[in-house]
Design a protein around this ligand. Structure first.
Ligand code: HEC
Length: 177
């Protein structure tokens, strides 16, 4: 009997370990990392890629902003407490490469980056096609989108959360080749 319990515990430990190790995919929602006191140490944004429970990102350490690559092509979030980031020893374009532990469950990770924005897509068409046809996102470069969104948010009187989601939708859509 004891032996069976022992085997049971052993197998479930392996199962749990495997599910943590194999948790790879793109975040379906913004993910907050909190310290023991409950303060937010980092926010990792929807669409960031988690591999084996870790996000690899680039930061300049001064603003706390983190990016997917050293070219700053896609924002990955904010680091409020740099101690939770592990420096890999690599520097490029003035940014440091770090890894951050993200304990997202399997159901919080999507297999492709596109799936993470599928839900926001409706919001984009709902808010951005009432005065003109919803623009084709790739017609405008990222740098121009910042200004366009500032003026459209003003036109469309959206909630902060809605406009943040739509911006994320636009910036992730620009990544897709
Ligand atoms: C209340 C009406 C209204 C809504 C809602 C609206 N727009 Fe516009 N949009 C306009 C008007 C008016 C213009 C043309 C004048 C201007 O650029 O302000 C325009 C122009 C644009 C342009 C062209 C800009 C350029 O420089 O060529 C883009 C791109 C755009 N809108 C995107 C969006 C997006 C994305 C949304 C949703 C977040 C949105 N719009 C929602 C009224 C709106």
């Amino acid at each position: 009997m004891k032996f069976i319990i022992f085997i049971g515990i052993f197998l479930s430990t392996i199962l749990i370990a495997c599910s943590i190790w194999s948790s790879s995919g793109y975040l379906r929602r913004d993910f907050e990392i909190r310290d023991e006191k409950g303060d937010v140490s980092a926010v990792i944004l929807l669409g960031a890629y988690v591999k084996d429970g870790k996000v690899t990102a680039w930061t300049d350490c001064s603003t706390g902003e983190i990016f997917r690559t050293s070219e700053r092509d896609l924002e990955y979030g904010y680091l409020y407490n740099s101690h939770i980031a592990k420096y890999t020893g690599t520097e490029e374009n003035g940014l440091k490469e770090v890894t951050i532990a993200v304990s997202a469950g399997k159901n919080e990770l999507a297999p492709t980056m596109y799936e993470t924005i599928a839900e926001i897509e409706n919001s984009y068409y709902e808010h951005c096609s009432s005065c003109h046809a919803a623009p084709i996102i790739k017609h405008y470069p990222k740098i121009q989108w910042h200004g366009i969104m500032d003026s459209m948010i003003h036109h469309a009187s959206m909630e902060d959360k809605e406009s943040e989601d739509i911006k994320r939708y636009i910036f992730i859509s620009l990544q897709k080749q």
